[in-house]
Ligand binder design. Structure first.
Ligand code: BV8
Ligand code: ZN
Length: 241
């Protein structure tokens, strides 16, 4: 039996499914992947645009970087991979989508209850008074806004390198993986922790791991089935009845 047929059979006979997505699931929507390895992102180094130190040092640069990504995300559309995952969710009582992406395309494709473990481009927060607000206005002013409650400089509600993940969101992801019969890992290089650690966790818990990626990832050896291809092409086949 070929890998796709095997993956379909396991999905058909499972009650609980967890899905983890990374930048690759939005690649066919035209959004740049991150390339965790060399840490270059749209020409910027991670240290200059995706760490709290960078924001403290140069809030305007970081704000502009995220503004560019908001504009790109607003102009992008969900692709067949996002749609397939939303369709898959409807078949299971117990289905959890965990995404490392901050673009919001899963929700626009119809996914609900999405665990955004690295935050969202569409939420602005104040770390001083703990308020956060959804803000879909594009473009934003060129400098980070001031909190209307306490006057502190606000920031994107994004988890930067060196920052902790939103505890409750991440723990719900861990619990979903622990009870999953199948764990589908789509479009991630599996290099950023702690989220990449969900894959060995799934392995230890006996989940059947399906990886969808045109290339091998750092943890492909943990997958039971590797579907080598683009998410926008493979997932519709995987999810087709
Ligand atoms: C933490 C939000 C501690 C930002 C992101 C040294 C110094 C400092 C930290 C560390 C260090 N060493 C290790 C660390 C920990 C660090 C880490 O893991 N670094 C890596 C690089 C080694 N992790 C952290 O810093 C985390 N926090 O550890 O804090 C702590 C703990 C408790 C309390 C306080 C502090 C926080 C990590 C989160 C960082 N934020 N995102 C933003 O988006 O702007 S990470 C960001 O990069 C993404 O969210 C994602 O997680 C990651 C990118 O990975 P991928 O999504 O996999 O994307 P990538 O481009 O790498 O791969 C794309 C894949 O798609 C490829 O495999 C490709 O083949 C595939 N693909 C391409 N096309 C397609 C496709 N697949 C399918 N279809 C296609 N068409
Ligand atoms: Zn405030």
């Amino acid at each position: 039996m070929n890998s796709l047929a095997q993956a379909k059979e396991v999905l058909a006979s499972s009650q609980s499914v967890a899905v983890l997505t990374g930048a690759g699931v939005s690649a066919e929507s035209g959004l740049a992947t991150f390339r965790a390895v060399d840490g270059l992102w749209e020409g910027h180094r991670v240290e200059d645009v995706a760490t709290p130190e960078a924001f403290a040092r140069n809030p305007g640069l970081v704000w502009e970087f995220y503004e560019m990504r908001r504009i790109q995300a607003a102009e992008a559309s969900p692709n067949p991979a996002h749609v397939s995952i939303a369709n898959l969710q409807r078949r299971y009582e117990d289905f959890t989508l965990i995404t490392q992406n901050v673009d919001g395309l899963h929700q626009r494709a119809g996914s609900t209850g999405v665990l955004e473990v690295h935050g969202s481009l569409w939420i602005i927060e104040c770390r001083r008074c703990g308020t956060s607000r959804e803000d879909r206005q594009v473009p934003q002013p060129s400098l980070p806004p001031k909190c209307s409650s306490c006057g502190a400089v606000e920031r994107p509600a994004i988890v930067w390198f060196g920052e902790g993940l939103p505890e409750d969101v991440y723990l719900r992801g861990v619990e979903a993986v622990e009870r999953s019969a199948v764990f589908v890992v789509v479009g991630t290089s599996a290099q950023v922790y702690p989220v990449a650690g969900l894959i060995p966790l799934a392995r230890r818990n006996g989940s059947f791991i399906i990886e969808v990626n045109p290339e091998a990832s750092a943890l492909s050896h943990m997958a039971h089935v590797e579907l080598r291809g683009k998410a926008g092409e493979v997932l519709p086949q995987l999810v087709a009845p």
